[in-house]
Design a protein around this ligand. Structure first.
Ligand SMILES: Nc1ncnc2c1ncn2[C@@H]1O[C@H](COP(=O)(O)OP(=O)(O)OP(=O)(O)O)[C@@H](O)[C@H]1O
Ligand SMILES: [Mg+2]
Length: 579
C-alpha cells in the first residue's frame, strides 16, 4: 500500500500561512497592500502590543461585495488576476489570493465592509481556520479588517514572536515603508491607543519623507532623477555628512511596492565611494518605474523581493544617476549647531522613537554635533605659528599646524590639511594610472624593508598591481624585500612606510585587480600626504588651497572623511544675534 496521501485543506492552509505570516509586521503589510489596492483616499491603522494583540486596518476604498466575503478569506481566491498571462503584467500589490486566507488560519480575523452606494455592509469572521457566515452590519463605506491574537492557537509560532516592543518596531517599519510608497493616501498609525503617525495626503514625496522622518532631514536630501529608455529612477539621497551606522533609511520602491535588492544597494555604495567612511551607510529613497513585463514581482513568498529582467541596466542607471548628481552638488560639510535642527524638525513622537526610527541621523561633524567653542587663535603676527596667504583674493591661515582657515563665498571654511592633501594626491595618482602617465621615481639606492612572511606573500601575489601603481617591490630573501621605485607623486615619503601602509590595505582588500590598484593608491596617498602637525610654508598652504579646485570630490578624503567644514555667514549672523 502506498504511503503518499493528499494533505487535508486545513493542513495545506496552515503551511501556506507559514510563508505569508511570519509576525505581526507581515499582517500589517498584507492588510495595507489590500487597502491600497482598493483605491482609498485614507487608511487608518491601529495596533495593540506591537500587533500581537490586534492589527486593525480601515480604508475608504471600494469595499467588498457581501457575496464575495467568503471568497475573500478562501485560499487561491483573488479579484486581481484571472489568467496566467496576467502574472506578466501585475499592477496591483496583491495577486496570489493568499493573504487573508493565511491570516485567518493563524488568528481571529474579522472583516467588515460596505461598498460605496450600498445600503448596508456585511461582516465575516474566521477564527483560526473556522469560518463563520456572512452577517449584515452597519459600517462606514470601505473596509475594516481586524486581526486578533496572532498565533494564540499556534504555540509553535507564538514561541517565535519577540517582545511586543520588538514586534512593534517591525510593524511600524512595515507601515513606514508602505506609507513612503504612497504619499497621495492619507495615513495614520496608532499604537496602544496613542497616535504615532498622522500623514496627510500629499503628492510630493519629499513632504511624506519629512512627515515620517522630520523636515530637517527631508530638506537636506539631494533630489536625483535618471532614465535609460523606459527605465526610470527618481528619488532622494542623503548628503555624505548625514551618513548612518545602519541601512535603516535605505528604501527602494517599484510600482508602489517596497522591495529589497542587494545589487541596487551595492550600486548606491559605489556611487558614495570615497564620500563615506567604511561601514557608514547613506540615506536613500529611490523609486523605479519600468514596464510591467520588465520586472517579475512573483519571486518571493512574502513579496519582499522582485526580479528585474536586466539587473545590470538598473545597476548602471543607479550608479550614473547618483554620480552625475553628486558632480553637480556642493557636498562640502556644514557646521550646524544642534538648535538649528531642533527648531526645523517636527517633533517625532516618543512612540515612533521606540519604533526604532531615527528621526535624524547624527553625522560626521554635522547634524547633532555641537560646535566646540572656537579655540583662541594665536594672532599670526605674534608668534609666527600661523601663516597667512592670499588665495585668489580669498585669505588662508594655517592653525595648530593642522587646519587651514579660509574665507569662502558664504562663510568660513576650516580645511583639514591632511584630508585634503590625501584627496589631491589620490586623484592625481588615479588620473596618472588611468592615462598611463604615472611618473615613477627609481630609487638610486633601493630601500630594503623587513616584512612578515604573510606580508611577503602579499608582495608576491600582488606584484603586478603594485607595479601598476609605481611601486616595484621585489623579494630579497630572508624576510626582506627591496623597494626599487615609487611614484614621483609620493614625494619624500619613506619607501618602507609606503610599502607597509599598502600591504596593510591589501590584506583586507577586495579581489578585482582594479580595486587592488585603487586600494594601493589610497595607501600611497594616505602615507605621502602632509600630516596633521606638519607646519606648512605660505607657498604650500597656497598651493593646497588652490589644488582643491582642480580635483574632483575634493570635499571628502578618499576614506570618506570631510576635507573641510563650512560655518555659513548666515549661521554666524544668527549666532551673534545679528538677524
Ligand atoms: N481592503 C479591501 N478592500 C477591498 N477588497 C479587498 C480588501 N481586502 C481584500 N479584498 C479582496 O479580497 C481578496 C483577497 O485578498 P487577499 O489579500 O487574500 O488576496 P490578494 O490581495 O488578491 O492577493 P495576495 O495574497 O497577493 O495579497 C482580494 O483579491 C480583494 O478582492
Ligand atoms: Mg492581498
Amino acid at each position: 500500500m502506498g504511503r503518499i496521501h493528499a494533505l487535508p485543506v486545513s493542513v495545506v492552509n496552515r503551511i501556506a500561512a507559514g510563508e505569508v505570516v511570519e509576525r505581526p509586521a507581515s499582517v500589517v503589510k498584507e492588510l495595507l497592500e489590500n487597502a491600497l489596492d482598493a483605491g482609498p483616499t485614507r487608511i487608518d491603522v491601529a495596533l495593540d502590543q506591537g500587533g500581537i494583540g490586534l492589527v486593525r486596518v480601515f480604508d475608504d476604498g471600494c469595499g467588498i461585495d457581501p457575496e464575495d466575503l467568503p471568497l475573500a478569506v478562501s485560499p487561491h481566491a483573488t479579484s486581481k488576476l484571472r489568467v496566467a498571462e496576467d502574472l506578466e503584467r501585475i499592477e496591483t500589490l496583491g495577486f496570489r489570493g493568499e493573504a487573508l486566507a493565511s491570516v485567518g488560519e493563524v488568528a481571529r480575523l474579522v472583516i467588515r465592509s460596505r461598498q460605496a452606494g450600498a445600503e448596508a455592509g456585511a461582516e465575516i469572521e474566521v477564527d483560526n481556520g473556522d469560518r463563520g457566515g456572512v452577517v449584515p452590519c452597519g459600517v462606514a463605506a470601505g473596509t475594516t479588517v481586524e486581526v486578533h491574537q496572532l498565533f494564540a492557537k499556534v504555540p509553535a509560532r507564538r514561541a517565535f514572536l519577540r517582545a511586543p516592543a520588538t514586534e512593534w518596531s517591525h510593524s511600524a517599519e512595515a507601515f513606514v515603508r508602505t506609507a513612503l510608497a504612497h504619499p497621495r493616501v492619507a495615513m495614520t498609525l496608532e499604537h496602544n491607543g496613542r497616535r504615532v503617525h498622522d500623514l496627510p495626503a500629499d503628492a510630493d514625496w519629499r513632504t511624506r519623507i519629512g512627515a515620517l522622518f522630520g523636515t530637517a532631514l527631508a530638506d537636506r536630501l539631494i533630489e536625483v532623477e535618471g532614465r535609460d529608455g523606459e527605465v526610470r529612477v527618481r528619488g532622494f539621497v542623503g548628503r555624505p555628512d548625514d551618513d548612518m551606522a545602519s541601512g535603516r533609511l535605505q528604501h527602494l520602491f517599484v510600482a508602489g511596492r517596497p522591495f529589497r535588492d542587494r545589487s541596487i544597494l551595492h550600486a548606491v555604495q559605489e556611487a558614495y565611494r570615497g564620500l563615506l567612511l567604511t561601514g557608514r551607510q547613506p540615506i536613500v529613497f529611490l523609486a523605479f518605474s519600468l514596464p510591467p513585463d520588465a520586472i517579475d514581482v512573483n519571486v518571493h513568498p512574502a513579496k519582499m523581493e522582485v526580479r528585474f529582467r536586466d539587473p545590470s541596466r538598473i545597476y548602471r542607471l543607479v550608479l550614473s544617476t547618483l554620480r552625475t548628481q553628486f558632480m553637480a552638488t556642493d557636498l562640502s560639510s556644514r557646521l550646524a549647531p544642534p538648535q538649528a535642527w531642533e527648531r526645523g524638525a517636527p517633533a517625532v513622537s516618543p512612540a515612533a522613537r521606540t519604533g526604532g526610527f531615527i528621526p535624524f541621523p547624527s553625522s560626521t561633524g554635522g547634524v547633532g554635533v555641537a560646535i566646540p567653542p572656537p579655540a583662541p587663535a594665536p594672532a599670526p603676527w605674534c608668534d609666527g605659528e600661523a601663516s597667512i596667504v592670499a588665495d585668489g583674493g580669498e585669505m588662508a591661515v594655517q592653525m595648530h599646524d593642522r587646519y587651514l582657515v579660509v574665507e569662502s563665498a558664504d562663510g568660513i571654511e576650516v580645511i583639514d590639511q591632511h584630508a585634503l592633501h590625501e584627496r589631491v594626491l589620490y586623484e592625481r595618482l588615479r588620473e596618472a594610472v588611468a592615462t598611463g602617465s604615472l611618473e615613477v621615481q627609481r630609487l638610486l639606492i633601493p630601500e630594503t624593508v623587513e616584512l612578515s612572511s604573510a606580508e611577503i606573500e602579499l608582495v608576491e601575489q600582488h606584484a603586478e598591481a603594485l607595479a601598476r601603481a609605481g611601486m616595484r617591490v621585489e623579494p630579497f630573501g630572508g624576510g626582506t624585500v627591496i623597494v626599487a621605485s615609487k611614484p614621483a607623486l609620493a614625494g619624500d615619503a619613506a619607501a618602507a612606510a609606503l610599502v607597509r601602509e599598502v600591504l596593510g590595505r591589501l590584506a583586507a582588500a577586495a579581489t578585482s585587480s582594479e580595486m587592488l590598484v585603487d586600494e594601493i593608491l589610497h595607501g600611497l596617498a594616505c602615507k605621502a600626504a602632509i600630516k596633521a602637525g606638519d607646519p606648512l610654508s605660505q607657498a604650500e598652504v597656497d598651493a593646497l588651497v588652490r589644488d582643491r579646485r582642480r580635483v574632483r570630490d575634493s570635499h571628502h578624503c578618499p576614506h570618506g572623511r570631510p576635507t573641510s567644514l563650512t560655518l555659513s555667514r548666515q549661521e554666524l549672523d544668527r549666532q551673534f544675534r545679528r538677524t
